[in-house]
Design a protein around this ligand. Structure first.
Ligand code: DGL
Length: 262
């Protein structure tokens, strides 16, 4: 394995940065390619059939161009729908992002947890399965919020995000039956940890759990013993919809200074 072989992170937009952040802490010298399917954004509004074709096809092009050692689908929507298709299509390890229902159930005292994702993620049988396996004694309330995805994009583009707007996007979850007893929410969309402070300000009594740190540990485990460059490497951000200049400062905070188009 060449030390310069990168790790590829993939999302529809900036959400995967919430997975890249913890991964960089564990592997600070890892060369990174961060790919955003901005031309296909938002995934939460797409159909299962579309994503099952689009995601593996894009990953195939990215793998051919950048020759990564490992790919991370840093998107719950794409993972819950297309992870198996992507694994079948690629000849490198593919790490997925699944809603952190297990740790949320372990943490909950009230036994009411929320799953906050995209509309596409919260309707997946995969989520039923996780709830059944890891939270069978919990009430699991789901809510899909396209508004919160847009607010996360806006925040990273440097726009001010009002706590009230975040509150209004999450409130329909808490207003569902038994919602007043919810003590843990799963941030089941990688965009949402980017708004963790705003969500905490709007709902201070509800703990948040997301998959980012667990995925970072999984990446570190799968690359154990592999060689890395001796110092941090300039990361590449690649966009299917043309390079977005307004995101450059946020991308630079994650070490992504070379912005390209796919
Ligand atoms: N970040 C994505 C996720 O984790 C999807 C957001 C979107 O494109 O709707 O589900």
């Amino acid at each position: 394995m060449e030390p310069t072989a990168p790790i590829l992170f993939f999302d529809s937009g900036v959400g995967g940065l919430s997975v890249l952040g913890p991964a960089r802490q564990l592997l600070p010298n890892a060369p990174i390619v961060y790919a955003a399917d901005s031309a296909g954004f938002p995934y939460g509004k797409r159909t299962e059939a579309e994503l099952a074709i689009r995601v593996p096809a894009l990953l195939g092009r990215l793998v051919e161009r950048f020759r990564p050692r490992l790919a991370v689908i840093a998107c719950n929507t794409a993972s819950t729908i297309a992870l198996d298709h992507a694994r079948a299509a690629l000849d490198i390890p593919v790490v997925g992002t699944v809603p952190a229902i297990k740790p949320a159930a372990e943490l909950s005292r009230s036994r009411v947890i929320g799953v906050l994702g995209t509309e596409a993620t919260v309707r997946q049988p995969y989520v039923d399965d996780l709830a059944e396996r890891f939270a069978s004694d919990c009430i699991v309330i789901r809510h899909g919020s396209p508004e919160l995805v847009e607010l996360a994009e806006a925040k990273l583009a440097g726009e001010p995000v009002a706590i009230q707007a975040v509150h209004d996007a999450v409130a329909p979850m808490v207003l569902q039956p038994d919602g007043e007893r919810m003590d843990v929410m799963v941030l089941a969309c990688t965009h949402f940890p980017l708004l963790a402070d705003e969500i905490a300000a709007a709902f201070p009594a509800i703990a948040q759990v997301d998959g980012g740190p667990g995925i970072a540990r999984r990446i570190a485990y799968l690359t154990q013993g592999q060689d890395w460059p001796g110092e941090p490497y300039a990361g590449i951000a690649v966009f299917t919809g043309g390079p977005p200049t307004e995101l450059a400062p946020a991308l630079a905070r994650f070490g992504l200074t070379d912005i390209q188009s796919l």
